[in-house]
Design a protein around this ligand. Sequence first.
Ligand SMILES: CN1CCCC[C@@H]1Cn1ccc2ccc(-c3n[nH]c(N)c3C#N)cc21
Length: 239
Amino acid sequence: MRLDYLSIFPAYFDVLDISLVGKAAINGLVEIHAHDLRDWTHDRHRTVDDTPCGGGAGMVMKPDPWGEAFDEIIGTESDPSVHVIFPAPSGTPFTQSAAAELSSAQRIVFCCGRYEGIDHRVIDYARSMWTVHEVSLGDYVLNGGEVAALAITEAVVRLVPGFMGNPESLAEESFSAGQDGLLEYPLFTRPVSWRGLDVPEVLMSGHHGRIASWRRDESVRLTRERRPDLTDSDSSGIH
Ligand SMILES: CN1CCCC[C@@H]1Cn1ccc2ccc(-c3n[nH]c(N)c3C#N)cc21
């Protein structure tokens, strides 16, 4: 899997060399390339923004640098196997199932906007050439797309076959298919007693049936308390 990041702050992606994604890069599972969008400007000030047509506050990212960057990084041929991701507050909420789908992609290009956003023709052009995803990390406002690109990268790469040492652990995580759409149950480890707080006895019983039942009940309880929106979904075990 090749991952490209287009941003006016490419240094955001230096962290990928340190994290688990860096390990995958070393193992050859992923290839990471961060690019400075300003490298595709031609004026002395390396300008990437301009005032919005129709007026309004702030600045909008000009289409020209994006188009030239696309030509060099992706090419000028249409290829639906290339996935181009535009993080944006107006995007579709990014989910675990979207991460799972993207984990089989061979090429993902993240377009990280800043200012008020990117000229919409950039997205329209990308849609005419590649498979485009306009996604949102959540219902809060960030200053740009970089943090979202990092979060999406981690969510996707950890699902790439061969990346996780113990792929079985993926099946028990919140939001994974194996979890019935329920939140993960509370976790405990040694010591059994810590600052007057004890591990629930059932977990020390060695009775696997009771343990499984306790964990399921806790997942149902937490999901009802914190994510009632998940309790109505077909995939959840709660109805
Ligand atoms: C603040 N500023 C004026 C209001 C509109 C957004 C703008 C900043 N901004 C520019 C590009 C850009 C991309 C993603 C996001 C973003 N915010 N929240 C999310 N869940 C996001 C995602 N994914 C924010 C971005």
